[in-house]
Design a binder for this molecule. Structure first.
Ligand code: NDP
Ligand code: MG
Length: 384
Protein backbone atom coordinates (compact mmCIF):
# COMPACT_ATOMS: atom_id res chain seq x y z
CA UNK A 1 0.00 0.00 0.00
CA UNK A 2 1.40 3.44 -0.84
CA UNK A 3 1.81 5.90 2.00
CA UNK A 4 -0.98 8.49 1.80
CA UNK A 5 0.30 12.03 2.37
CA UNK A 6 -1.14 15.36 3.41
CA UNK A 7 1.33 18.09 2.47
CA UNK A 8 0.56 21.25 4.43
CA UNK A 9 2.40 24.18 2.87
CA UNK A 10 2.79 22.44 -0.50
CA UNK A 11 3.55 25.70 -2.32
CA UNK A 12 6.64 26.45 -0.20
CA UNK A 13 10.24 25.34 -0.38
CA UNK A 14 9.83 22.12 1.67
CA UNK A 15 6.39 21.40 0.20
CA UNK A 16 7.68 21.56 -3.37
CA UNK A 17 10.66 19.35 -2.56
CA UNK A 18 8.31 16.80 -0.97
CA UNK A 19 6.31 16.77 -4.19
CA UNK A 20 9.56 16.23 -6.15
CA UNK A 21 9.93 12.95 -4.26
CA UNK A 22 6.27 11.98 -4.78
CA UNK A 23 6.69 12.63 -8.51
CA UNK A 24 9.48 10.05 -8.72
CA UNK A 25 7.84 7.38 -6.52
CA UNK A 26 4.11 7.37 -7.34
CA UNK A 27 3.90 3.71 -6.33
CA UNK A 28 5.18 4.56 -2.82
CA UNK A 29 3.46 7.87 -2.07
CA UNK A 30 0.05 9.19 -2.99
CA UNK A 31 -0.91 12.79 -2.35
CA UNK A 32 -4.32 13.03 -0.64
CA UNK A 33 -4.28 16.57 0.73
CA UNK A 34 -2.50 19.73 -0.43
CA UNK A 35 -2.71 23.05 1.39
CA UNK A 36 -1.33 26.51 0.67
CA UNK A 37 -1.48 29.98 2.16
CA UNK A 38 -2.10 32.38 -0.74
CA UNK A 39 -0.44 30.96 -3.83
CA UNK A 40 -3.61 29.83 -5.62
CA UNK A 41 -2.00 29.37 -9.05
CA UNK A 42 0.64 26.95 -7.84
CA UNK A 43 -1.85 25.08 -5.66
CA UNK A 44 -4.12 24.61 -8.67
CA UNK A 45 -1.25 23.32 -10.82
CA UNK A 46 -0.16 20.92 -8.08
CA UNK A 47 -3.74 19.70 -7.66
CA UNK A 48 -4.13 19.09 -11.40
CA UNK A 49 -0.86 17.15 -11.45
CA UNK A 50 -1.30 15.04 -8.28
CA UNK A 51 -5.09 14.72 -8.17
CA UNK A 52 -5.51 14.77 -4.37
CA UNK A 53 -8.77 14.15 -2.55
CA UNK A 54 -8.82 17.64 -1.21
CA UNK A 55 -7.05 20.99 -1.34
CA UNK A 56 -7.27 23.84 1.15
CA UNK A 57 -6.27 27.43 0.49
CA UNK A 58 -5.65 29.38 3.70
CA UNK A 59 -6.52 32.77 2.23
CA UNK A 60 -10.30 32.85 1.95
CA UNK A 61 -10.18 35.50 -0.80
CA UNK A 62 -8.52 32.95 -3.10
CA UNK A 63 -11.21 30.28 -2.58
CA UNK A 64 -13.33 31.21 -5.62
CA UNK A 65 -10.44 31.02 -8.08
CA UNK A 66 -9.21 27.65 -6.77
CA UNK A 67 -12.71 26.25 -6.67
CA UNK A 68 -13.45 27.44 -10.21
CA UNK A 69 -10.19 26.06 -11.62
CA UNK A 70 -10.84 22.62 -10.12
CA UNK A 71 -14.60 22.57 -10.88
CA UNK A 72 -14.30 19.81 -13.49
CA UNK A 73 -12.34 17.49 -11.16
CA UNK A 74 -13.37 15.37 -8.14
CA UNK A 75 -11.06 17.37 -5.90
CA UNK A 76 -12.80 18.92 -2.89
CA UNK A 77 -11.83 22.54 -2.23
CA UNK A 78 -11.91 24.25 1.17
CA UNK A 79 -10.48 27.44 2.62
CA UNK A 80 -9.31 28.94 5.90
CA UNK A 81 -7.08 27.91 8.79
CA UNK A 82 -9.70 25.72 10.48
CA UNK A 83 -10.06 23.63 7.32
CA UNK A 84 -6.28 23.16 7.15
CA UNK A 85 -6.31 21.85 10.73
CA UNK A 86 -9.22 19.52 9.93
CA UNK A 87 -7.46 18.26 6.80
CA UNK A 88 -4.46 17.28 8.95
CA UNK A 89 -6.67 14.76 10.74
CA UNK A 90 -8.25 13.38 7.54
CA UNK A 91 -8.98 9.66 7.72
CA UNK A 92 -7.58 9.07 4.19
CA UNK A 93 -4.12 10.17 5.31
CA UNK A 94 -1.25 8.21 6.93
CA UNK A 95 1.44 10.91 7.10
CA UNK A 96 1.18 14.65 7.51
CA UNK A 97 4.11 16.63 6.12
CA UNK A 98 3.95 19.89 8.04
CA UNK A 99 5.76 22.54 6.00
CA UNK A 100 3.88 25.68 7.00
CA UNK A 101 5.65 28.60 8.68
CA UNK A 102 5.49 29.93 12.24
CA UNK A 103 2.62 29.35 14.63
CA UNK A 104 0.23 28.74 11.70
CA UNK A 105 1.21 25.05 11.88
CA UNK A 106 0.34 24.58 15.55
CA UNK A 107 -3.33 23.65 15.25
CA UNK A 108 -2.76 21.36 12.23
CA UNK A 109 0.03 19.62 14.19
CA UNK A 110 -2.29 19.03 17.13
CA UNK A 111 -5.03 17.75 14.86
CA UNK A 112 -2.64 15.34 13.08
CA UNK A 113 -1.26 13.96 16.34
CA UNK A 114 -4.69 13.54 17.92
CA UNK A 115 -5.71 11.54 14.85
CA UNK A 116 -2.63 9.31 15.32
CA UNK A 117 -0.87 10.35 12.12
CA UNK A 118 2.85 10.18 11.54
CA UNK A 119 3.96 13.81 11.60
CA UNK A 120 6.90 14.61 9.31
CA UNK A 121 7.77 17.97 10.81
CA UNK A 122 9.60 20.82 9.10
CA UNK A 123 7.63 23.59 10.86
CA UNK A 124 9.95 23.81 13.90
CA UNK A 125 8.11 26.79 15.41
CA UNK A 126 5.40 24.33 16.52
CA UNK A 127 7.88 22.74 18.94
CA UNK A 128 9.26 26.13 19.97
CA UNK A 129 5.82 27.39 20.97
CA UNK A 130 4.32 24.22 22.44
CA UNK A 131 7.01 21.54 22.59
CA UNK A 132 5.88 20.01 25.85
CA UNK A 133 2.22 19.74 24.86
CA UNK A 134 2.93 18.55 21.34
CA UNK A 135 5.40 15.83 22.37
CA UNK A 136 2.95 14.68 25.05
CA UNK A 137 0.23 14.32 22.40
CA UNK A 138 2.63 12.35 20.22
CA UNK A 139 3.15 9.82 23.04
CA UNK A 140 -0.52 9.68 24.11
CA UNK A 141 -1.75 9.06 20.56
CA UNK A 142 1.13 6.87 19.43
CA UNK A 143 1.76 9.35 16.63
CA UNK A 144 5.50 9.64 15.89
CA UNK A 145 7.07 13.02 15.11
CA UNK A 146 9.84 12.58 12.55
CA UNK A 147 11.94 15.69 11.98
CA UNK A 148 12.60 17.05 8.51
CA UNK A 149 14.94 19.74 9.79
CA UNK A 150 18.34 18.49 8.59
CA UNK A 151 20.07 18.77 12.00
CA UNK A 152 17.38 16.82 13.80
CA UNK A 153 17.17 14.25 11.04
CA UNK A 154 20.95 13.82 11.46
CA UNK A 155 20.62 13.36 15.22
CA UNK A 156 17.78 10.90 14.79
CA UNK A 157 19.92 8.91 12.35
CA UNK A 158 22.87 8.95 14.79
CA UNK A 159 20.60 7.70 17.58
CA UNK A 160 19.26 4.64 15.74
CA UNK A 161 20.14 1.59 17.84
CA UNK A 162 21.41 3.71 20.76
CA UNK A 163 19.95 4.04 24.24
CA UNK A 164 19.05 7.51 25.54
CA UNK A 165 21.19 6.86 28.64
CA UNK A 166 24.27 6.64 26.39
CA UNK A 167 23.95 10.24 25.21
CA UNK A 168 26.41 12.75 26.63
CA UNK A 169 25.30 15.68 24.48
CA UNK A 170 23.91 16.71 21.12
CA UNK A 171 25.98 18.93 18.83
CA UNK A 172 23.93 20.96 16.36
CA UNK A 173 25.94 22.28 13.45
CA UNK A 174 25.25 25.71 11.94
CA UNK A 175 26.42 27.15 8.63
CA UNK A 176 26.77 30.53 10.36
CA UNK A 177 24.59 32.22 7.74
CA UNK A 178 25.58 35.22 5.59
CA UNK A 179 27.04 37.16 8.53
CA UNK A 180 29.37 34.53 9.95
CA UNK A 181 32.29 36.26 11.67
CA UNK A 182 30.52 39.65 11.88
CA UNK A 183 30.74 41.47 15.22
CA UNK A 184 27.92 43.56 16.71
CA UNK A 185 29.00 46.90 15.10
CA UNK A 186 29.27 45.22 11.68
CA UNK A 187 25.73 43.84 12.08
CA UNK A 188 24.33 47.36 12.60
CA UNK A 189 24.13 48.25 8.92
CA UNK A 190 23.52 44.99 7.06
CA UNK A 191 20.77 45.10 4.44
CA UNK A 192 17.75 42.95 3.66
CA UNK A 193 19.36 41.77 0.41
CA UNK A 194 22.48 40.65 2.25
CA UNK A 195 20.39 38.85 4.87
CA UNK A 196 18.40 37.01 2.18
CA UNK A 197 21.58 35.77 0.49
CA UNK A 198 22.20 32.52 2.40
CA UNK A 199 25.58 30.97 1.56
CA UNK A 200 24.37 27.33 1.49
CA UNK A 201 20.61 26.79 1.54
CA UNK A 202 17.83 28.13 -0.67
CA UNK A 203 14.76 28.34 1.59
CA UNK A 204 11.63 30.39 2.30
CA UNK A 205 12.17 34.03 3.38
CA UNK A 206 11.28 33.59 7.05
CA UNK A 207 13.80 30.83 7.77
CA UNK A 208 16.41 32.60 5.64
CA UNK A 209 16.22 35.66 7.90
CA UNK A 210 16.14 33.41 10.98
CA UNK A 211 19.36 31.85 9.69
CA UNK A 212 20.99 35.26 9.30
CA UNK A 213 20.18 36.24 12.91
CA UNK A 214 20.89 32.68 14.19
CA UNK A 215 17.36 32.64 15.63
CA UNK A 216 16.95 29.54 13.50
CA UNK A 217 19.70 27.81 15.46
CA UNK A 218 18.16 28.95 18.72
CA UNK A 219 14.84 27.48 17.61
CA UNK A 220 16.63 24.27 16.69
CA UNK A 221 18.00 23.97 20.23
CA UNK A 222 14.44 24.16 21.54
CA UNK A 223 13.26 21.75 18.84
CA UNK A 224 15.97 19.24 19.82
CA UNK A 225 15.18 19.68 23.51
CA UNK A 226 11.65 18.39 22.92
CA UNK A 227 12.25 15.90 20.12
CA UNK A 228 15.01 14.08 21.99
CA UNK A 229 13.88 14.87 25.55
CA UNK A 230 17.21 16.34 26.60
CA UNK A 231 18.03 19.46 28.64
CA UNK A 232 19.10 22.49 26.60
CA UNK A 233 22.42 22.74 28.48
CA UNK A 234 23.35 19.41 26.90
CA UNK A 235 22.80 20.78 23.40
CA UNK A 236 25.83 22.55 21.92
CA UNK A 237 26.17 24.52 18.71
CA UNK A 238 29.17 24.34 16.42
CA UNK A 239 29.53 26.57 13.39
CA UNK A 240 30.50 24.42 10.41
CA UNK A 241 30.45 26.56 7.25
CA UNK A 242 30.60 23.70 4.74
CA UNK A 243 27.26 22.25 6.00
CA UNK A 244 28.34 18.70 5.26
CA UNK A 245 28.03 17.39 8.82
CA UNK A 246 24.37 18.00 9.61
CA UNK A 247 24.76 17.35 13.35
CA UNK A 248 26.40 14.99 15.81
CA UNK A 249 25.80 13.03 18.99
CA UNK A 250 28.51 12.64 21.61
CA UNK A 251 28.11 9.51 23.72
CA UNK A 252 29.17 8.86 27.33
CA UNK A 253 32.21 6.83 26.22
CA UNK A 254 33.56 9.85 24.32
CA UNK A 255 32.59 8.55 20.89
CA UNK A 256 30.98 11.03 18.49
CA UNK A 257 28.67 9.97 15.66
CA UNK A 258 27.88 12.35 12.81
CA UNK A 259 25.65 12.25 9.75
CA UNK A 260 27.22 13.65 6.58
CA UNK A 261 25.83 14.44 3.18
CA UNK A 262 25.78 17.20 0.61
CA UNK A 263 23.30 19.89 1.70
CA UNK A 264 20.01 18.94 0.04
CA UNK A 265 16.72 19.05 1.96
CA UNK A 266 15.26 16.27 -0.16
CA UNK A 267 17.42 13.85 1.79
CA UNK A 268 15.94 14.50 5.27
CA UNK A 269 12.47 14.75 3.69
CA UNK A 270 12.96 11.31 2.12
CA UNK A 271 14.24 9.89 5.41
CA UNK A 272 11.22 11.30 7.29
CA UNK A 273 8.89 9.63 4.79
CA UNK A 274 10.62 6.25 4.74
CA UNK A 275 11.94 5.97 8.34
CA UNK A 276 12.94 3.52 9.75
CA UNK A 277 13.87 2.27 6.29
CA UNK A 278 16.01 3.98 3.66
CA UNK A 279 15.15 4.36 0.02
CA UNK A 280 17.44 4.93 -2.93
CA UNK A 281 17.61 8.70 -3.41
CA UNK A 282 15.97 9.71 -6.69
CA UNK A 283 18.54 12.48 -7.15
CA UNK A 284 22.33 12.90 -7.30
CA UNK A 285 23.73 12.94 -3.77
CA UNK A 286 27.44 12.80 -4.66
CA UNK A 287 30.37 11.76 -2.49
CA UNK A 288 32.71 13.85 -0.40
CA UNK A 289 35.85 13.60 -2.54
CA UNK A 290 35.53 17.20 -3.76
CA UNK A 291 35.26 18.58 -0.22
CA UNK A 292 38.69 19.97 0.70
CA UNK A 293 38.12 20.38 4.43
CA UNK A 294 35.59 20.36 7.21
CA UNK A 295 36.05 23.19 9.71
CA UNK A 296 34.43 24.19 13.00
CA UNK A 297 34.11 27.42 14.95
CA UNK A 298 32.39 28.47 18.14
CA UNK A 299 29.06 30.29 17.79
CA UNK A 300 29.19 33.96 18.86
CA UNK A 301 26.30 34.57 21.25
CA UNK A 302 27.41 38.12 22.08
CA UNK A 303 26.99 39.43 18.52
CA UNK A 304 24.11 37.08 17.73
CA UNK A 305 21.91 37.75 20.75
CA UNK A 306 19.01 35.78 19.28
CA UNK A 307 20.87 32.61 20.13
CA UNK A 308 21.41 33.66 23.73
CA UNK A 309 17.74 34.69 24.01
CA UNK A 310 16.63 31.26 22.80
CA UNK A 311 18.70 29.52 25.52
CA UNK A 312 17.34 32.01 28.09
CA UNK A 313 13.74 31.43 27.06
CA UNK A 314 13.99 27.67 27.36
CA UNK A 315 15.55 28.15 30.80
CA UNK A 316 12.59 30.34 31.84
CA UNK A 317 10.20 27.79 30.31
CA UNK A 318 6.42 28.25 30.48
CA UNK A 319 5.30 30.84 27.94
CA UNK A 320 8.77 32.31 27.25
CA UNK A 321 9.49 30.35 24.03
CA UNK A 322 6.01 31.28 22.77
CA UNK A 323 6.86 34.97 23.34
CA UNK A 324 10.23 34.44 21.67
CA UNK A 325 8.55 32.99 18.58
CA UNK A 326 5.72 35.52 18.30
CA UNK A 327 8.04 38.51 18.72
CA UNK A 328 10.42 37.00 16.19
CA UNK A 329 7.62 36.45 13.65
CA UNK A 330 6.62 40.11 13.88
CA UNK A 331 10.24 41.30 13.81
CA UNK A 332 11.10 39.21 10.73
CA UNK A 333 7.95 40.37 8.98
CA UNK A 334 8.81 44.04 9.64
CA UNK A 335 12.42 43.50 8.56
CA UNK A 336 11.22 41.86 5.32
CA UNK A 337 9.14 45.00 4.71
CA UNK A 338 12.25 47.09 5.49
CA UNK A 339 10.39 48.79 8.36
CA UNK A 340 12.97 47.86 11.01
CA UNK A 341 16.73 47.30 10.88
CA UNK A 342 18.62 44.06 11.41
CA UNK A 343 19.53 44.96 15.04
CA UNK A 344 15.93 46.18 15.48
CA UNK A 345 14.77 42.56 15.26
CA UNK A 346 16.92 41.65 18.22
CA UNK A 347 15.73 44.65 20.24
CA UNK A 348 12.11 43.77 19.58
CA UNK A 349 12.45 40.15 20.70
CA UNK A 350 14.40 41.26 23.75
CA UNK A 351 11.76 43.81 24.79
CA UNK A 352 8.96 41.27 24.34
CA UNK A 353 10.76 38.71 26.49
CA UNK A 354 11.41 41.29 29.20
CA UNK A 355 7.75 42.32 29.23
CA UNK A 356 5.86 39.08 28.66
CA UNK A 357 7.97 35.99 29.34
CA UNK A 358 6.85 34.04 32.39
CA UNK A 359 7.35 30.60 33.81
CA UNK A 360 3.73 29.43 34.07
CA UNK A 361 2.93 26.29 32.05
CA UNK A 362 0.15 27.06 29.59
CA UNK A 363 -2.63 25.28 27.71
CA UNK A 364 -2.88 25.61 23.94
CA UNK A 365 -5.62 28.26 24.30
CA UNK A 366 -3.46 30.23 26.72
CA UNK A 367 -0.48 29.96 24.38
CA UNK A 368 -2.55 31.32 21.50
CA UNK A 369 -3.61 34.26 23.70
CA UNK A 370 0.00 34.92 24.74
CA UNK A 371 1.01 34.77 21.07
CA UNK A 372 -1.62 37.39 20.21
CA UNK A 373 -0.67 39.58 23.18
CA UNK A 374 3.00 39.46 22.16
CA UNK A 375 2.18 40.45 18.58
CA UNK A 376 0.12 43.43 19.78
CA UNK A 377 2.92 44.51 22.12
CA UNK A 378 5.56 44.27 19.37
CA UNK A 379 3.46 46.22 16.88
CA UNK A 380 3.05 49.00 19.48
CA UNK A 381 6.81 49.52 19.82
CA UNK A 382 8.17 52.64 18.14
CA UNK A 383 11.74 53.55 17.17
CA UNK A 384 12.94 50.03 17.67
P1 NDP B 1 8.05 28.76 2.62
O1 NDP B 1 7.76 30.16 3.00
O2 NDP B 1 8.80 28.49 1.38
O3 NDP B 1 6.65 27.94 2.52
C1 NDP B 1 5.67 28.03 3.51
C2 NDP B 1 4.42 27.29 3.09
O4 NDP B 1 3.42 27.44 4.11
C3 NDP B 1 3.82 27.83 1.81
O5 NDP B 1 3.13 26.78 1.18
C4 NDP B 1 2.82 28.87 2.33
O6 NDP B 1 1.76 29.12 1.43
C5 NDP B 1 2.29 28.14 3.56
N1 NDP B 1 1.82 29.07 4.59
C6 NDP B 1 2.53 30.07 5.17
N2 NDP B 1 1.78 30.71 6.08
C7 NDP B 1 0.57 30.10 6.08
C8 NDP B 1 -0.65 30.31 6.78
N3 NDP B 1 -0.78 31.29 7.70
N4 NDP B 1 -1.69 29.49 6.52
C9 NDP B 1 -1.57 28.52 5.60
N5 NDP B 1 -0.45 28.26 4.90
C10 NDP B 1 0.60 29.04 5.13
O7 NDP B 1 8.76 28.09 3.89
P2 NDP B 1 9.78 26.87 3.93
O8 NDP B 1 9.29 25.75 3.10
O9 NDP B 1 11.15 27.39 3.73
O10 NDP B 1 9.70 26.46 5.48
C11 NDP B 1 8.61 25.76 6.01
C12 NDP B 1 8.94 25.35 7.45
O11 NDP B 1 10.02 24.42 7.40
C13 NDP B 1 9.42 26.51 8.32
O12 NDP B 1 8.97 26.33 9.64
C14 NDP B 1 10.93 26.39 8.28
O13 NDP B 1 11.54 26.89 9.45
C15 NDP B 1 11.11 24.88 8.17
N6 NDP B 1 12.34 24.46 7.51
C16 NDP B 1 12.59 24.82 6.21
C17 NDP B 1 13.76 24.44 5.59
C18 NDP B 1 14.02 24.78 4.16
O14 NDP B 1 15.03 24.32 3.59
N7 NDP B 1 13.19 25.53 3.49
C19 NDP B 1 14.79 23.66 6.30
C20 NDP B 1 14.40 23.29 7.64
C21 NDP B 1 13.22 23.68 8.22
P3 NDP B 1 1.81 30.25 0.25
O15 NDP B 1 3.20 30.35 -0.22
O16 NDP B 1 0.85 29.67 -0.75
O17 NDP B 1 1.29 31.51 0.84
MG1 MG C 1 17.95 23.24 10.17
Amino acid sequence: MPQRLAILGSTGSIGKQTLDICRVYPELFTVEVLTAGSNADLLINQALEFNPNMVVIGNEDAYESVSEALRKTDIKVFCGGKSIAEAAGNSEVDTVVLAMVGISGLEPAISALKAGKKLALANKEVLVVAGELVTRLSIEHNAPIIPIDSEHSAIMQCLQGESSTSIEKLILTASGGPFRGFNAPQLQNVTLQQALDHPVWSMGNKITIDSATLMNKGFEVIEARWLFNIAADRIDILVHPQSIIHSMVQFVDGSIKAQLSKPDMRLPILYALTWPQRLKAPFQTGGLSDIASLTFEKADTSAFRHLAMAYESIKIGGGAPCVLNAANEIAVDLFLQEKISFPGMQNMVNKALERLAHTKALSIQELLLLDAETRTFCKSLNNI
